[in-house]
Design a binder for this molecule. Structure first.
Ligand code: MG
Length: 255
């Protein structure tokens, strides 16, 4: 199943992808009661939105063996987690605004875990019971700011710095899917979540010991090797097997 959130003439709704159509859902996919109706809208008539509105965005740093090898770091024994502002949320095909305070913004293609129900102190063995599905994320980072500060929040949290989507896919093995990023059509990242240092259940267990996870929260699982700078006018596409493509254009911040 692939859930989407979209804007149509009738307002913002959830739906399920069905070929070139969306079957409209009544209610929220994060409540226990919702129904998939027989009403349909053509996919090209709907404006897709980020598939959820997370209250919290938890990110994992340095979680791919190939990226750790690339930068020469030793593999972390436990997940390194940090917060990214939920207000950095951006939509499929939304514009990424290049802030004036930085001279180096970079993409980071990542698998995002979408939480289904409240989770606290859960074990890795039970983690999948608390996961609705998975989507593509771009953990955009002002690399020059990140390098100049010991805290990463500012460099990761500018408005528009977290494109998310296009759908929440429920039927993939999150620890074994191919993940690729293309900058203006040129392949820049090509890896597999099989290269995770810490897999999805381990991460959910670790995070839930610290934070009460809530429906719609997302966990970004880290980026493989190949992150690189973007310029105004560039188009960045993140593609994950079994989910789809997340494509966004970089524009100048006109303030
Ligand atoms: Mg990242």
């Amino acid at each position: 199943m692939k859930y989407v959130r979209f804007e149509a003439k009738s307002g913002i709704k959830y739906g399920v992808l069905d070929g070139k159509n969306i079957r409209i859902i009544e209610g929220s996919i994060f409540s226990s009661e919702y129904s998939i109706t027989d009403k349909k809208i053509a996919l090209d008539e709907a404006k897709l939105l980020a598939p959820c509105e997370p209250g919290q965005v938890i990110c994992v740093g340095l979680n791919y063996k190939d990226h750790a090898d690339e930068v020469g770091f030793t593999l972390p024994e436990k997940p390194l987690i940090f917060l990214k502002s939920s207000k950095s949320l951006n939509h499929p095909d939304g514009m990424i605004k290049y802030p004036s305070e930085t001279n180096q913004i970079e993409f980071e293609g990542e698998l995002a875990v979408v939480i289904k129900k409240e989770a606290k102190n859960i074990s890795a063995a039970d983690a999948y019971d608390y996961i609705l599905g998975y989507t593509c994320a771009n953990d955009i980072t002002a690399r020059d700011i990140q390098r100049s500060e010991s805290q990463w929040m500012r460099s990761k949290s500018y408005d528009t710095f977290m494109p998310l989507g296009p759908c929440i896919s429920t039927d993939i093995d999150p620890n074994s899917v191919r993940i690729r990023s293309y900058l203006n059509g040129e392949k820049k990242q090509d890896s597999s979540t099989a290269m995770f240092i810490h897999n999805v259940p381990t991460i959910v267990e670790f995070v839930s010991r610290v934070i009460t996870l809530c429906p719609g929260d997302v966990i970004l699982t880290g980026s493989p090797q190949g992150t690189s700078p973007m310029q105004v006018g560039d188009r960045i596409k993140i593609e994950i097997e079994g989910i789809g493509e997340l494509s966004n254009l970089v524009v100048a911040d006109e303030k």
